[in-house]
Design a protein around this ligand. Structure first.
Ligand SMILES: [Zn+2]
Length: 67
């Protein structure tokens, strides 16, 4: 049943597109806010961690475990 296996692959990739949670790369806190600075048109979106004060475009993205 090759067809069936293909279908399963498709479902896998669809699942991959679901929204993920973002975490601070420094302290791992989920309390990230998108910064709304005035120069947002100069630089890519920045995230601000409310826990440790981290500011930057990088976040850790983790899928929620479904166990
Ligand atoms: Zn942090």
């Amino acid at each position: 049943m090759k067809m069936f296996q293909r279908l399963r692959e498709v479902f896998k990739s669809m699942k991959h597109g679901k929204p993920t949670k973002k975490y601070c790369p420094r302290c791992g806190s989920p309390k990230l806010k998108l910064s709304s600075s005035l120069d947002f048109w100069l630089t890519p979106a920045k995230y601000v961690c409310q826990e440790c004060g981290y500011k930057g475009p990088l976040t850790m993205e983790l899928e929620e475990e479904s166990t």
